[in-house]
Ligand binder design. Structure first.
Ligand code: CDP
Length: 218
């Protein structure tokens, strides 16, 4: 029996991957993997347990004992709900720092592959098409200019009632882009067979429709 099909959606921070991937999964009736959430869960535990962000072996050990439960948008860990906690800014910053370690990435590999179940999976992250699901039926590399991404994040934060500053957001996005693209372990880059999609001037609906069309054409 052949494995369930995967659509891989990779791209930089704040490119809209998460929302797009969730909607594509809902439209197809497929499962959804937010791989960034796994890095965030490890980051949260590392912060709480005082594991140093440079301690690759300690972080990998944390990741190996990870048994997160995904229930729709809710994520829990040993019966404790962590959905909101993993979205904190300090957790996101820690996730970006620890994601550079190859042993940690290796420790999360099987966990991620386990999400592949019939009728199919839409997975979003940085290395879905290059490392985790190289045989994905469709690989999308979703980008947007750093300015467009900063504007989107600004709007999102304001809607949640958090004040934010565009200049600081721009600085933060550039730093994360650099860490994601510059690391030696699974750097952020489009798979050779990925379809590139610049969403700077597109709305979510247009991006989702385009991806569904590409999938339909396969
Ligand atoms: O904060 P942002 O929305 O960009 O991130 P996320 O998708 O929630 O992922 C958190 C962090 O995990 C990112 O900063 C990435 O560096 C890292 N990550 C990764 O290295 N590989 C993945 N497949 C997913 C996330």
């Amino acid at each position: 029996m052949s494995a369930a099909p995967v659509i891989a959606i990779d791209g930089p921070t704040a490119s809209g991957k998460g929302t797009v991937a969730q909607r594509v999964a809902a439209a197809l009736g497929w499962h959804y993997l937010d791989s960034g959430a796994l890095y965030r869960v490890v980051a949260l535990l590392a912060l709480e347990e005082g594991v140093d962000p440079g301690d690759a072996a300690g972080l990998a050990a944390l990741a190996r004992r990870l048994q997160p439960r995904f229930d729709g948008e809710r994520i829990s860990l040993d019966g404790r709900e962590v959905t909101e906690d993993i979205r904190r800014e300090d957790v996101g910053a820690m996730a970006s720092r620890i994601a550079v370690h190859a042993p940690l990435r290796a420790a999360l590999l099987e966990l991620q592959k386990g999400f592949r179940r019939p009728p199919g999976l839409v997975a979003d992250g940085r290395d879905m098409g290059t490392v985790v699901f190289p045989d994905a039926v469709l690989k999308v590399f979703l980008t947007a200019s750093v300015e467009a991404r900063a504007q989107r994040r600004h709007k999102q934060l304001n809607e949640k009632g958090f004040p934010s500053n565009i200049a600081i957001l721009l600085q933060d996005l550039r730093a994360r882009d650099e860490r994601d693209s510059g690391r030696s372990a699974a750097p952020l880059r489009p798979a050779e067979d990925a379809c590139q999609l610049d969403s700077s001037d597109l709305c979510i609906e247009q991006v989702v429709a385009l991806i569904l069309r590409w999938y339909g054409e396969r």
